[in-house]
Design a protein around this ligand. Sequence first.
Ligand code: CO
Ligand code: CO
Length: 378
Amino acid sequence: MTEQPKFEPIRGTRGADDPGPRNLPLDLQNPDITLPPETDNGSLPNLKFPFAMAHNRLEDGGWAREVTVRELPVATSMAGVNMRLGPGVVRELHWHKEAEWAYILEGTARLTVVDPDGNLSIDDLKPGDVWLIPAGIPHSIQGMEEGTEFLLVFDDGNFSENETLLITEYLAHTPPSVLAKNFGVTSDHFADIPKAEKYIFRLPVPKSLDLVRAELPDSPIPRPYVFHTTEIEVVRYSGGTVKTIDSRNFPVTTLSALIIEIEPGGMREMHWHPDADEWQYYIAGEARMTVFDATSKARTFNYRAGDVGFVPRTLGHYIENTGETPVKVINVFNNRLCIDISLNRWMALTPPDLIRGHLSLDETVMKALRRSRDAVVR
Ligand code: CO
Ligand code: CO
């Protein structure tokens, strides 16, 4: 018999052992839920949902799963999709009522978008690349030689990947005589169109971008829908790095994002966002976050690669690396600009007597307050 690791919900004289029934692997992944810090208090909504617990829709050559308001009820403002497309596999031509923000995780994705002025955006996107498709703009995605995996974030928690407007369904639900008139041909030409959606399906890997572009008008979209994060500098802090993608460097975007790396021992400092909810996707590592709300409410959650986190606007939070390896996490905000209030800088810029009068801090703490930003501390 293998020995079970000892982990009991006991803190000092509080708590008691858990003789079972018990899902120990989940307890061990969520130690701050099973054995909360003493500072946790009151009730907060659930702020975590792993993609591993989201229904996975398996299709011909790919899959898609989503974390929406149905999985994570607090997240009314944003929903996310994790999608895999094998080599050549296509996510059908479609559009939707929501804006779509994307981040490439693996492989290469070919994104094809046509804007309202008839301009064309066609690009092969690599890990770290981002796109923003405004609501209603038609597009498709195709896996290149090695396939692709990516994250999508939509600006409405009610979004469903299963309820987008699809080119197959639009044609299937239009009278053939209307199709004939629309395209200027006879209706018998539409006898073989699919009766139902294709959604995700296999095609051969397409020709190289240069060959495909050569066959199409050269009319790039003036305000690009794609953004290469490799082209922007990371900002280095004492405990890690941050890349900011918002309307200042990506003018078309209506959602902004931070790509954060936190070294072992490091922590995204205590802060909040005055004007946006924060939708998180953990790419690597293990972390914890405490979210603070009015009337002394605080709850701590644990996250690891593949998990989704959420922070309602204005609520205080930090992200602490609790593992031995770097944490990489994406924060997406439902606002064009990324802004936050740093607790440390707020205190550093407030008259010291006012701060001392509130918190009875000694001179060591008062001297440690920083007027300059250290967004990831250690
Ligand atoms: Co889409
Ligand atoms: Co934040």
